[in-house]
Write a protein that binds this ligand. Structure first.
Ligand SMILES: Cc1ncc(COP(=O)(O)O)c(C=O)c1O
Length: 501
């Protein structure tokens, strides 16, 4: 059995060519090919070579020349044999070979002529900042990994692995696994007030792909798109990649300022909103603003993209119903994700699109990656149908509610006089606004040095930031660790803003 420490590529057959018409003996051709692979790094230290039998078979030669080539490599110290487990590239190459390996030229970008990249992708290549490091306290987007029902999940994974048959092995339906689409539609109708049938649900790999599909389906290069300011940077990225012109529209305690949007770009193609829990400030969009937004969309022929990423977690009242549920003109594209309610590594989310847009959206989705991974969808469908999802949600709402309370209390005790806390009624993060004159980025950089992964609020602004603050995720921070982490954060704040702060 291959040990888990094997380098990737172990026992694979390298692309050797042998030619019987050459005068060079076969063993020599095989030896040269393998030696070259070791020297140029395509075969790495510790990597297992294929067995002599399988290599001989692949090359269409007898085992003798392969054995001879291996013996030569062994004698020269390029490979070593381990009894019963095969032949491996040595860890320490003979010194003269190592020098040759270092000097072997790879592809040389500098002398390869013009290398034009797309203009729309340039803004995506930016420094993300140290606050996405971790793992550790306050990282935005983390969930309670210590509380995930691993055993129940593993049983379902095992069930589907055992039953792996043609329906899961071949390409799946491009809209997603039917049982999962049914389960999602039922959940959204009941819990989120979304008006939908399963045939409007498209399963995607998280909200990020949902945004990508929406942007590619709705937006042309140069189209104006309203973005909440401050807002969700990854959504901005998806629209930028599609060539959109982003129009920052301010948010206040009622959510997106629709009048300001109309003033700035009345004929925008689309508006991106997080109405249940504005990211990052946390306001809930008021009924009046929702009506105003839908009214503008109807009159101007614009689309509204609703990202309902964490609305399940609301602590002081019932979850607020979706904006999509109020839409009478089929203008809202609804996006949801399992990243918050289950875990982000799962990479599963969904779009709910108006029926007339289904053919376009599903075709765009097919062009991106054909269909979602089938097995994970089958597992999730059972997890939902068997009531495990609802149970997990209830437990997590309770747990995140506790973490939220412990965090706000610790912030009040340690920093009560200096910080204003926003958005604590829902979700898995909150914002602590800094007093005027303080700058969030140097603070967050220093917090990261202390292992505290606090995101600066200014990271979420497209234009000039109006507020400086700290975005604190608490979903993935164990309750008992929160007070000490806040204490540490208070010490960072007490030591000033650093350079020029
Ligand atoms: C506003 C918003 N939408 C969506 C997501 C989740 O994205 P994804 O589903 O791609 O993991 C996040 C995660 O932090 C978020 O903050």
């Amino acid at each position: 059995m291959i040990s888990p420490m094997q380098p990737a590529g172990s026992a694979l057959v390298p692309p050797l060519v042998v030619d019987r018409r050459l005068r060079r003996p076969l063993y020599r051709q095989i030896y040269d090919g393998l030696r070259e692979g070791i020297l140029d790094g395509s075969l790495r230290a510790g990597q297992r070579l294929p067995s002599t039998r399988s290599l001989a078979q692949e090359l269409g030669v007898s085992r003798i020349p392969v054995l001879n080539a291996f013996e030569q490599l062994l004698a020269e110290g390029f490979v070593e044999g381990r009894v019963g487990s095969g032949t491996y590239v040595v860890h320490a190459l003979p010194s003269e070979s190592a020098a040759a390996a270092r000097s072997s030229p790879g592809p040389q970008a500098a002398r390869a002529g013009r290398r034009t990249l797309s203009r729309s992708s340039a803004p995506l290549e930016r420094e993300l900042g140290p606050w996405f490091g971790g793992p550790g306290p306050f990282r935005v987007g983390d969930v309670a990994g210590d509380q995930f029902p691993y055993r129940a999940w593993a049983r379902l994974v095992a069930r589907h692995a055992r039953r792996l048959g043609p329906d899961l092995i071949s390409y799946g339906p491009r809209m997603g696994y039917p049982a999962l689409r049914e389960a999602v539609a039922a959940y959204l109708r009941t819990a989120r007030g979304v008006r939908c049938e399963a045939d409007q649900v498209i399963v995607v790999s998280g909200s990020q792909q949902a945004l990508d599909v929406a942007a590619r389906s709705l937006v042309d290069p140069g189209s104006a798109v309203w973005m909440e300011e401050p807002g969700y940077r990854s959504a901005m990225d998806a629209f930028v990649a599609a060539g959109a012109r982003l129009v920052p529209v301010p948010v206040d305690e009622e959510g997106l300022d629709v009048a300001a949007g109309i003033e700035r770009a009345p004929r925008a193609r689309a508006a991106f909103v997080t109405p249940s829990h504005q990211f990052p400030l946390g306001s809930t969009m008021s009924a009046a603003r929702r009506m105003q937004l839908l009214d503008w969309a109807r009159r101007s022929g614009a689309w509204v993209i609703e990202d309902d990423y964490d609305s399940e977690f609301r602590y002081e009242s019932l979850p607020v119903a979706s904006l999509q549920g109020m839409d009478r003109d089929a203008r809202v594209i609804y996006i949801g994700t399992f990243s918050k309610v289950l875990y982000p590594g799962l990479r599963l989310g969904y779009l709910v699109v108006p029926p007339d847009l289904v053919p376009r959206f599903s075709s765009v989705r097919r062009a991106l990656d054909i269909c979602p991974p089938t097995s994970a969808q089958a597992v999730l469908a059972d997890f939902m149908r068997e009531g495990k999802f609802a149970r997990h949600l209830r437990r997590m709402r309770q747990l995140y509610g506790e973490r939220r309370t412990v965090l706000t209390e610790a912030l009040r005790q340690e920093l009560g006089g200096t910080l204003e806390v926003l958005g604590k009624q829902a979700g898995t993060h909150l914002v602590a606004v800094l007093p005027s004159g303080r700058r969030d980025r140097p603070l967050c950089e220093r917090a990261a040095e202390q292992g505290l992964w606090v995101m600066p609020l200014t990271y979420c602004y497209l234009a000039r930031p109006r507020l400086q603050g700290l975005v604190l995720g608490y979903g993935g921070t164990p309750t008992e660790e929160i007070p000490a982490a806040v204490h540490k954060l208070a010490a960072v704040l007490a030591s000033g803003d650093g350079e020029g702060g």
